[in-house]
Design a protein around this ligand. Structure first.
Ligand code: PSJ
Ligand code: MN
Length: 289
């Protein structure tokens, strides 16, 4: 098991440059840094080559996360949007591969966060989502990339809310590089049992996000980490466990994540780093790896 952190913990914008965080995260003792792929198509080849080299020099593995925009929604009822989504993903995956990234996770099958001011069509969106992911899976596989379909809570997406729904979706896609992704923040809202959800995903679990029920770093709240650790060991999970804390207000991150109060307790960057380091030690102990 490898442990990581989403660099957006320190940032306000999905567009924030992730290059400088590779060394920082390595110094904090992490194995993995997760970067936002939302704006990766704006990086030059030289930028990507430098970041790849920095990861190599620092012994860090990169993974990617993304919340696709409504205009790039692979499950949209509008065929032109689906087409734009496919083109966007192909360009994004090609750039992600330049960083030697082997896994991209998020609501790849849909968009995020969902606009609930309009009625939703869960059945239609799911069917188009299966087709959309099926349509980019081989492209990703040829680049050695797994597509990890994130199961989200009801307030952020309607297509997949439970591990069982995630497993059924991934089985319908039926491609070896398409996996289920779980996140303890979302599981806390939707699952009857953390352990059962992880066992339901079993060998299909491709990526795992961690965070407390208010998205503080693991260890600061009341998520049942021991139960989660036992279940991950039971299914012999060897993938990445990436903490995804969101504690800062402001910017597109604060607004998309709905952070309306300062959850840092007024921390400066040194204290934010210390919290991440302590949470990493806690995570390694309780989850393994
Ligand atoms: O859990 C999440 C959203 O609540 C997601 O992992 C990411 O924040 C999103 O896909 C943006 O990268
Ligand atoms: Mn997540």
């Amino acid at each position: 098991m490898k442990h990581g952190i989403y660099y957006s913990y320190w940032e306000h914008e999905w567009s924030a440059k992730f290059g400088p965080y590779v060394e920082k995260v390595a110094k904090l003792g992490f194995d993995v840094i997760e970067v936002a792929a939302h704006h990766i198509n704006e990086y030059s080849d030289a930028d990507l080559a430098a970041i790849k080299q920095s990861a190599k020099d620092n012994g860090i593995i990169l993974t990617a996360g993304i919340g696709p925009s409504k205009t790039k929604n692979l499950s949209s009822p509008d065929a032109d949007v689906r087409k734009a989504g496919k083109a966007f993903f192909e360009q994004t995956l090609a750039n992600v591969a330049k960083l030697d990234i082997k896994s991209i996770g998020g609501a790849l099958h849909s968009y995020w966060p969902v606009d609930y001011s309009q009625p939703v069509d869960k059945v239609g969106d799911r069917a188009r989502g299966v087709e959309g992911i099926h349509g980019i899976a081989d492209f990703a596989n040829n680049l050695g990339i797994n597509l990890c379909i994130e199961v989200l809570n009801r307030f952020e997406n309607h297509v997949l809310n439970t591990a069982a729904e995630g497993v059924a979706f991934v089985k319908d896609v039926g491609k070896p590089n398409v996996k289920v992704m779980l996140d303890t923040f979302h599981m806390n809202i939707e699952e009857d049992s953390f352990g059962d959800a992880i066992r339901t995903a079993g060998p299909l679990l491709g990526h795992f996000h961690t965070g407390e029920s208010n998205r503080r770093v693991p260890g600061k709240g009341r998520i049942p980490w021991h139960e989660i650790g036992l279940a991950l060991r039971e299914i012999n999970y060897t993938g990445a466990v990436v903490m995804e804390p969101f504690v800062k207000t402001g910017g597109t991150i604060g607004s998309d994540i709905r952070v309306w109060r300062d959850l840092t307790d007024g921390a400066d960057e040194a204290k934010m780093d210390e919290d991440a380091r302590n949470s990493l030690a806690f995570s390694r102990f309780v989850l393994g790896g």
